[in-house]
Structures are given as C-alpha cells and as structure tokens.
Design a protein around this ligand. Structure first.
Ligand code: NAD
Length: 444
C-alpha cells in the first residue's frame, strides 16, 4: 500500500453494521483504521475481536486486522481528530418516532463532536443514508465549526452494502458513488478506492445532492419491485392464480429480471422501510411530494402482506388464535442477518400474540436481539423446539435451515400439521404429501 500519500489513516465514526464492516474492510485493504462509537460496550467487544452483530465472514477480517495492528477502536473523539486524514461518518439515521422523516441527530452530533477538534487538513466523508440536502448543510456546519476552516472538507459517498453480504459488497461493490465539491476531495476518494476501480468497478463522480439521491432512489426502486410482485400476489389470491409461477415467468424477461421479485412477506430491516418514508418526507419539504406518492402505496402493500399472513394463519386455525399454539420460524428481517429492525417476522409474531395465540419463535441468529426487543414472546432453542405442540407453523424468514426442513421430522412434534409459508420457500407438493395443510402468500 506504499504511495498512498493523501489518505493513509482513516477513521470510521459509528461502528454498527455499516461502520464495523467498513472499518474492518478498509484495514483489510491496507489502510490504518481507527473506529469510534459512543457505545463503549460495542467498542470493547470490537477491540476484543468480537462482532456485536452477526455478519458472515466479517469476524476473521476484524481479528486479522486487530492482530496486525492496522485496526483499532476508541471512544475518544480527540484521538479520532488527531489520527485521521479521512473520517467516514457511518452513524444511524433511523425514522423519527411518529414521523416519516429521518432522525438526523446522530449525524449532526458527529460534526459537533469532530469539527472543533480538527486542526489539520482532512476529508470528512458521509456514508450514512440521508435526506437530500444534508451534505450541503453539513459542509456549512463543518466550515463554521472547524478551526482549520477550509482545510477540513466534506464529501458524500453513499453505501449500498447488503447485510448478509456486507464483506463482499464492501470489497467488491457494484459501483462507487461520490459527491464532491473539489478536485482534492475527488482525488482522495479515487485513491482510497483504487483497489476497486483497478478491478473495473465503476466510480461515479457527481455533486452532493445527486450522490445522496442515488442511495435513496435505489432503495425506493428495490422496495417498489418487491411491492410490485406482492401486489400481484394480492391479485393472484383473488383470482386463484399462482404468484410464484407468475414471478418465474416474468423473471425471464431481461427488462424485468428475477432479483427482488420473490413474492412473500415483504421487506423490513433498518433500511428500506425508513428510507422510503424519509424520502417521502423530504420530497414533501421540497414541494414535490406528488412525485413520490407511489411510495405510500409501496409501503401500504408491504404492510398488507403482514396482515394477510396473520389472516391466513387464523383461517387455518378455524378463525381464532385464542388458546392455540403457534410456532414461528424466523425473527431476523431476512436470512443471514441477526437484524430485527422493522422485522416482518416479529411484527406477525407479536400481532398473533396480541390476538391470543401462544407464540414461540426460533431464529438461527437473531434470538438475542429478538428477546431484548420482545421479552413478551416465548423462544425456542431450535425449529423443532419452537413448533412443539403447535397448531400452526409459520415460516417467516427464509433461512436455509428452514428451507431444508424435513416435513415428516417437523411434523412429528406438532399438534396439527398446518403451515403457512410466508416466504414461498418450501415445496408445497412435498409438504402436502407429508400430510400438511400448506398455505402460502399469493398461491391457491
Ligand atoms: P447501526 O445502528 O447498526 O450503527 C450505528 C452506530 O452509530 C451505532 O453503533 C451507534 O452507537 C453509533 N453512533 C451513534 N451516534 C454516534 C456518535 N455521535 N458518534 C459515534 N458513534 C455514534 O446502523 P447501521 O445499520 O450501521 O446504519 C448506519 C447508516 O448506514 C444508516 O444511515 C443506514 O441507513 C446506512 N446504511 C446501512 C446499511 C445496512 O445494511 N445496515 C446499508 C447501507 C447504508
């Protein structure tokens, strides 16, 4: 990594899913990296080589780079300001309670803490997902608060990684987008991402607002694609058609493609739901709310799938959950993650409990998070354990171990062989042949 004159020492502010991944992967590429978080427990765990969340393949990279000394963690902004040539902002931008808009207080706090401590030339690079206009606003604040004045500059570099594939997506992204206001900032970012551009990964250089909009419009598109197929599932349910066949047939059209076209319980997590809502809120502020009014429907279709799921389960039980036992497979918002933010699975589980069902949940990775967020639910130690004596089984997160379940083995412990496949992840013929009443979203 010799010759990296401009940007040897990177800091990563906020070490959650995005920041911890970014910090470890940048160290893997040869940079010296210092990560900071306000959560001292998280910093202690990361410093000890332990990931505070589940992400396949990340822990060995974390450990390797702690051991070789390229990666360290701290809770001190003094240390961060002193250390970094480049500072990546990776803090959360969650939905504000009771509003559609994003809570920008964490991002604002990073500038408040960092800027007054900056006494030498550096680049502050935003990676968090933010409403368009944020970079412009932060650049002004940075200039006002930093004693180094115009030596500290801001750039935007939105992140597209997917949880579950975060390492691959960070080291080999589909594209890199940078929003810059100077040749110097562009040069620093190009240098940092040389290993990727050398591989032929496109790097798109643009202004602040366009770079911010690339991220939220990508998420709006993906959410729309999922809700499109789930809207088709609603129609299929009414018309006694099969949305999985419909989706398969559509996917062969190159113009449509099969990705994000799987019908099921819909999207959740810490990104898509809050990002489309924040996008709508921002469009309203900009006076173009009509342009995004379709996103309201995208959101509504998505939520209706959860309601339909609960209705299907209740139907299978003859109209009521009261006194009935429900085994729930899945708590994470998607497989290969322990993230339960806005999880459709837990939404369904808590709704059924509120309607009188005895619900037991199992997930291969998300049980600790689920327990903390929903202590009122019961949890099993395995799929078999969670469905013991169940009157209905619900598959809500399509983990591989659930896709591969044996219908006879699972059936041995249940009270009644009823299953609702919320992710269209199972083979209906196989489950019906084993004596299960099999129902799924969007299928006869
Ligand atoms: P997260 O909640 O897992 O992590 C955020 C971290 O920031 C937390 O550890 C928190 O303690 C820390 N933090 C908060 N305020 C701080 C401060 N003032 N100084 C230092 N640390 C602070 O969130 P995440 O999933 O990593 O998301 C972060 C951002 O990245 C969000 O804007 C999100 O939309 C975006 N993003 C996330 C993903 C993803 O898959 N998780 C993908 C792309 C973009």
């Amino acid at each position: 990594m010799g010759g990296r004159a401009l940007a040897q020492r990177l800091t990563v502010i906020g070490t959650g899913y995005l920041g911890a991944t970014h910090a470890a992967c940048m160290a893997e590429l040869g940079f010296e990296v210092l990560g900071i978080d306000v959560d001292a427990d998280k910093i202690a765990r990361l410093s000890a080589g332990e990931l505070p969340f589940y992400e396949p393949g990340l822990e060995p990279i974390l450990r390797r780079n702690l051991e070789n000394g390229r990666l360290r963690f701290t809770t001190s902004y003094d240390e961060v300001a002193e250390f970094g040539d480049v500072h990546f902002i990776c803090v959360g931008t969650p939905q504000k309670p009771g509003e559609y808009a994003a809570d920008m207080s964490y991002v604002d706090d990073t500038i408040t803490a960092l800027a007054p401590r900056l006494t030498r030339a550096c680049l502050v690079i935003g990676k968090s997902t933010v409403p368009v206009g944020t970079a412009e606003r932060l650049a002004r604040r940075l200039a006002r608060l930093a004693p180094a004045g115009d030596l500290a500059e801001l750039a935007w570099n939105p992140e597209f990684l997917r949880e579950g594939f975060a390492v691959e997506d960070t080291l080999h992204p589909d594209r890199i987008v940078i929003g810059v206001e100077s040749d110097r900032a562009e040069k620093v970012l190009r240098e940092i991402y040389t290993p990727m551009t050398a591989e032929g990964i496109p790097l798109i250089v643009t202004d602040y607002p366009t770079s911010e909009l690339v991220k939220v419009s990508a998420n709006a598109f993906l959410a729309t694609k999922i809700s499109f197929i789930n809207a088709m599932a609603e129609v299929c349910e009414a018309a006694h058609a099969d949305v999985t066949k419909l989706s398969e047939a559509l996917s062969h059209d190159d113009r449509i493609g099969g990705k994000f076209l799987g019908p099921g319980l819909g999207f959740g997590g810490g990104c898509l739901p809050k990002d489309i809502r924040a996008f709508m809120a921002r469009a309203g502020e900009l006076g173009v709310d009509q342009a995004l009014s379709f996103l309201r429907e995208v959101d509504a279709i998505n939520i209706r799938r959860r309601i339909r799921m609960v209705d299907l389960a209740r139907e299978l039980l003859g109209g009521s959950f009261i006194g009935r036992t429900v085994g729930v497979l899945g708590a994470a918002f998607k497989p290969n993650s322990d993230d339960i933010r806005d999880s459709p699975a837990l939404d369904v589980a808590t709704t059924i409990r509120a309607q009188g069902g005895n619900v037991t949940v199992y997930d291969p990775q998300a049980l600790d998070n689920a327990r903390r967020a929903h202590p009122e639910l019961a949890y099993g130690t395995s799929a078999q354990d969670a469905v013991a004596h169940a009157h209905v089984v619900l598959l809500l997160t399509e983990w591989r171990e659930f896709r591969e379940l044996d219908p006879d083995e699972l059936g041995a412990g249940v009270a009644e062989r009823n299953i609702v496949d919320g992710r269209n992840a199972l083979d209906p013929e196989r489950w019906r042949a084993a004596g299960w009443h099999y129902r799924a979203l969007g299928r006869p």
